[in-house]
Design a protein around this ligand. Structure first.
Ligand code: PRX
Length: 650
């Protein structure tokens, strides 16, 4: 199945039960309570989700909780709400007005504390700016910002006026911006002069300028001055955030939108070279992120929560912006790198702000293990009460280190499985209830009917590998792939009609815990970031020297998976270390540094079937085991494998 280090359910790992003190205060204090509510949520989803949704502010109540015509869904149809009002106004107008919503720290050490009342003023101002610039409900706005509060303000201001945001991770390059502009048809961009990363300014505006040479649909670019980094401003088109917001009122009346009004499009990698625009809508998404934040993190008013993701990924959308803010949480937001000025930065932040809930990725944990225990040991981490993990399977070594060295052995760990498409956490422990074993995301969240099927569609037996599916619709689910209903149907709903296929392999142990094995498609998970092999291949073949390319993931202790590329050159080009570097940098320029191949092998030819399909499976086997032992009956020319084998063993 996957080349990822598999985490076997048979591993002799002890079971960790939540402490009595934790359970006593938790919303879901026992497995019996979980099972009771889970049963209700599956048997009577309307009842369960209506109760959750009622905790939000609706301008008009829905007519119908669930309207399901597979694979298209409407949640809370007929209902009207404003998502931003739920995340900001209802706290700003009540007892949380002067509560910190965001405690932000820049990488150089500068700090800002933004209360709910201040966030309200900031969001209202920016909503007024957007409207003055002609942005209307349904228009797409591309956000390309570092991890600064303006990123959250921009997203919420879009939501407030019904505009659809599409956030592009700051590590992506200009070509990736062009693809997303063209696909979404965005008419406005919000960016910055740059952001701080490992002590250096990473410029953002030049990538926007480059993209706008190709895409002509953007009328307005608003630029945040984060670093006093010189930028070229194009008259009329480009304006400064601080100048625009100074001219408008801090009051803004929000309109209500239909529950199914689109909230955002977030691009993610799939099996083809073209990223998919995952469309999420308003009422269901907000209910899902609100409810999971409340139960999975057992979020309380007195908590100080910190999710280390970037807003450019779904984790940032759901568990920095919408989920925590809908709950009126106080959260820490940090701009920079975890190892700046050294690997103690995160622990220093936790100590300084008294963080109680910490949500990060296994790849970061592995980097911390490598850096050494002296970094966390130098800080008082006793404020922590709950830890979370997301993005890839967490190997038992990382789980145990996280549990002991960061959680002091007392904090439950919620290993949360979900996807850009699912919008919210799907399989997860509930911290006061679920017995945890390192490496398993454990049980489905309320309302999530998860199962593992074999190729014929039969449910797998305990400990048997199969495909992870979800059998019932859930509120925060993907609504469609932006502009491509057919691709939506084909990608997610065609393996087993009427069931959502996640694209992940999994197995369930005898206790009913789900163990995620990894992707079954050509999607890589590099340091918790999702990358399509086809995207990297098409970047490589766009280089004049490259005739053909195949990209695979190879297991990597730090990153989970590393990118390995095999390239055949056009006749007149010679293999050389310089060309290898040039090709790696080329991928960095086209997609972004995260996609740069870790290994780039020149190959005289690629292994293919008789019909010309590249057999990536064999390349994977070669880099993982050094040989090919699997089925090669369809391979057209075995000498190709021998030649590659010689090269990589050198
Ligand atoms: O393979 C699974 C892995 O990440 C994929 C989703 O990636 P993305 O859409 O970028 O969202 C990442 C953040 C939610 C999944 O198909 N994945 C995510 N969380 C876990 C995981 N694999 C194992 N355990 C997890 N907790």
């Amino acid at each position: 199945m996957s080349s990822k280090k598999s985490v076997k359910p048979t591993a002799k790992e002890p079971i960790h039960l939540p402490s009595k003190e934790f359970s006593a205060k938790a919303r879901i204090p026992s497995m019996a309570a979980y099972k009771k509510l889970y049963k209700e949520s599956i048997e009577k989803p309307d009842k369960f989700w209506a109760r959750e949704a009622k905790e939000l502010d609706w301008r008009k109540k829905w007519d119908k909780v669930l309207d399901w015509k597979a694979p298209f869904v409407k949640w809370f149809a007929g209902g009207k709400l404003n998502v931003c009002e739920n995340c900001v106004d209802r706290h700003a107008k009540g007892a949380r007005a002067n509560k910190a919503a965001i405690i932000w720290e820049g990488e150089p050490g500068d700090k800002r504390v933004i209360t709910y009342a201040q966030l309200h003023r900031d969001v209202c101002r920016f909503a007024n700016v957007l409207e003055q610039r002609g942005v209307k409900a349904g228009d797409r706005v591309l956000i390309y910002l570092p991890m600064i509060p303006e990123a959250v303000v921009s997203m919420l201001a879009c939501a407030r006026i019904g505009a659809v945001h599409t956030v592009v991770f700051g590590g992506f390059a200009s070509e990736a911006i062009v693809d997303r502009l063209e696909d979404s048809g965005a008419s406005m961009i919000i960016t910055a002069d740059g952001g701080w990363r490992r002590g250096k300014i990473v410029a953002l505006k030049p990538a926007v300028d480059e993209a706008l040479k190709k895409y002509k649909g953007v009328k307005s670019v608003i630029v945040v001055n984060r670093c006093n980094n010189p930028v070229a401003m194009q008259a009329k088109r480009d304006t400064w955030w601080h100048e625009e917001t100074a001219q408008v009122s801090a009051k803004h009346t929000a309109k209500a939108f239909d529950s199914e009004h689109p909230l955002f499009v977030l691009y993610t990698s799939g099996s083809t070279g073209k990223p998919k625009g995952i469309l999420h809508s308003s009422g269901g998404y907000l209910t899902g992120t609100y409810s999971t934040t409340k139960y999975v993190f057992d979020m309380r008013d007195e908590d100080v929560y910190w999710c280390t993701a970037d807003v450019g990924w779904i984790t940032g959308h759901s568990y920095i912006v919408y989920g925590p803010l809908a709950n009126g949480a106080t959260q820490v937001m940090y701009e920079g790198a975890p190892n700046f000025p050294d690997f103690g930065r995160f622990w220093k932040i936790i100590e300084e702000y008294g963080v109680t809930i910490f949500y990060t990725a296994p790849t970061a944990i592995r980097a911390f293990i490598k850096a050494g225990d002296q970094f966390p040991a130098a800080h008082d981490l006793s404020s922590l009460r709950l830890l979370g993990s997301v993005g890839e399977p967490i190997n038992p070594e990382a789980w145990n280190w996280y549990h002991q060295k960061i959680g002091g052995g007392r904090c439950p760990i919620v290993d949360t499985w979900w996807q850009t498409e699912t919008g919210a956490i799907m399989i997860t422990p509930l911290p006061g209830a679920t017995p945890c074993k390192p490496g398993t995301a454990t049980m489905p969240f309320f309302g999530i009917d998860a199962a593992i099927l074999d190729d014929s569609g039969k449910e797998c037996k305990a400990d048997q590998d199969g495909r992870l599916v979800i059998r019932k619709p859930w509120p925060s689910m993907i609504r469609t792939i932006y502009g491509d209903k057919d691709r939506y149907k084909k990608t997610y709903w065609s393996d087993y009609p009427g069931l959502y296929t996640a694209g992940d392999g999994a197995r369930r142990d005898k206790q009913g815990n789900f163990w995620i094995i990894g992707r079954l498609d050509d999607v890589l998970n590099v340091s918790g970031h999702r990358l399509g092999t086809a995207e990297i291949e098409s970047a490589l073949v766009a280089h004049p020297a490259v005739a053909e390319a195949a990209v695979i993931g190879r297991p990597d202790d730090m990153k989970g998976q590393a990118v390995a590329a095999f390239v055949t050159l056009k006749g007149k080009y010679q293999e050389s270390p310089e060309l290898r570097e040039e090709l790696r940098s080329h991928v960095g320029k086209v997609i972004g540094a995260i996609a740069k191949p870790d290994d780039l092998h020149f190959a005289p030819g690629l292994p293919k079937t008789r019909s010309g399909k590249i057999m990536r499976r064999l390349l994977k086997e070669l880099v993982t085991t050094g040989k090919v032992s699997g089925n090669i009956t369809t391979l057209e020319d075995f000498t190709v494998i021998e030649a590659i084998q010689k090269k990589i063993s050198r």
